[in-house]
Design a binder for this molecule. Sequence first.
Ligand code: EPZ
Length: 417
Amino acid sequence: MDLHIYKSNKNKNISGTVKVSGAKNSAVAIIPACLLTDEQVILENIPDITDVRNLIKIITDMGHFISFENNILSFKRNSKAKYHFKDSINKLRGSYYLIGSYLGYRKKIFFHQCGGCNIGSRPINYHQNGFKLLNVKIKETKKGTLYQAKKLLGNLIKLDFPSVGATINIMLASVLAKGNTIIENAAIEPEVTDVANFLIKMGAYITGVGTNRLVISGTNKLHGTRYRIISDRIEAATYLALGCINDNQPVTITNIDPTLLTSFIDTLKAIGHIVTINNNSITALKGKTLSPVAIKTAIYPGFSTDLGPIITPLLTQIEGTSTLTETIFERRFNHIGDLNKMGADITISENTIIINGNTPLTGSKVTCQDLRGGASLLIAAIIAKNHTIIRNADIIKRGYEKPIAKLKNLNIVASIN
Ligand code: EPZ
């Protein structure tokens, strides 16, 4: 599937408003978490993206009941459902939350290798170490891995790294365990807090939410609820970046809590861009005088690893040398070759990219290799003169809802086919 970004006089005034969708990285955890109750759960602000559609298919193939339309998802567990998953599970990284959910729900799951962007080895050892401390036995077989526990027992779990996935998965497996579970060095990303708040709304006992020490007191049963997930801070930043391309066309994003984007907004301001914040909207406009910056990605609330690819095209348009050092994943620079093909001047030195600006960008045929790398190429294509074709653009639809319609709101002419 190719994404075409057309350059026409219309693209000269990139401006308008985009409504941010629900957070992908909350949705892929909270949907499986619905398995922890036999009562109906209604979820709001669920983004209609491929990762969500694939996850729904995996879970309904198991026999559970899910309906999903107009960003509202209704979930009802089926006690007769299976615990074996088919191979569709390797389409997304977030499928691994089915392990924690199924352990919490029926203490047993047979699971294939999960998928996810090609941005590093992406092991799940922190998750598995946590499950073992909860009294789960793990048996690797040629076809996949069997996770099983006679009884889930709370325990003290000290994470070697504040892993988002491991923190969430251990929470899912421990809310119905016997006794208390303490997760030390827990991740504090907003999506982790969102999952904890959802579980609490279902009747779980979790304290320390938003801190790196979570205490989960196991309970016997969780009940149904209605819950609205947070909006997607990475999607928000992606569209906000488009306001920094021209100095007379602002872009406003709505349906977003600005405090989720503090480090990204601070960085845009440090460059010299103009960012104004209202209650649940943010407006960005290219500044008159721009300065290069040195960015280092970090765990929340630092500069998110997912936003490195998003800010890079903007850095190519700044006079001088900017640097971006990636500290979370090993392979986060898949898109740099194609940015250089479009005219950027970026060199890679270990886990740092050196961006020499100001380089005009020219449309080209490029290839999306991972979700945020694809978003990077999209932003570069909107900056560039003339037409760009982004191949494998279906990867972008994994994490961005209705991108063509949202770009159209900003007078950006694009098509995907
Ligand atoms: C989540 O990935 C997000 N994905 C990622 O977003 C995000 O970049 C990342 O958190 C960091 O914020 C989802 O939520 C589905 P980690 P996750 O566990 O959970 C290593 C996007 O574009 N690690 O915090 O996989 C791992 O390899 C995606 O939306 C282990 O070594 O991130 C990485 O180097 C990309 N063993 C580091 O820790 C483990 O068991 C951080 O991983 C787990 C992780």
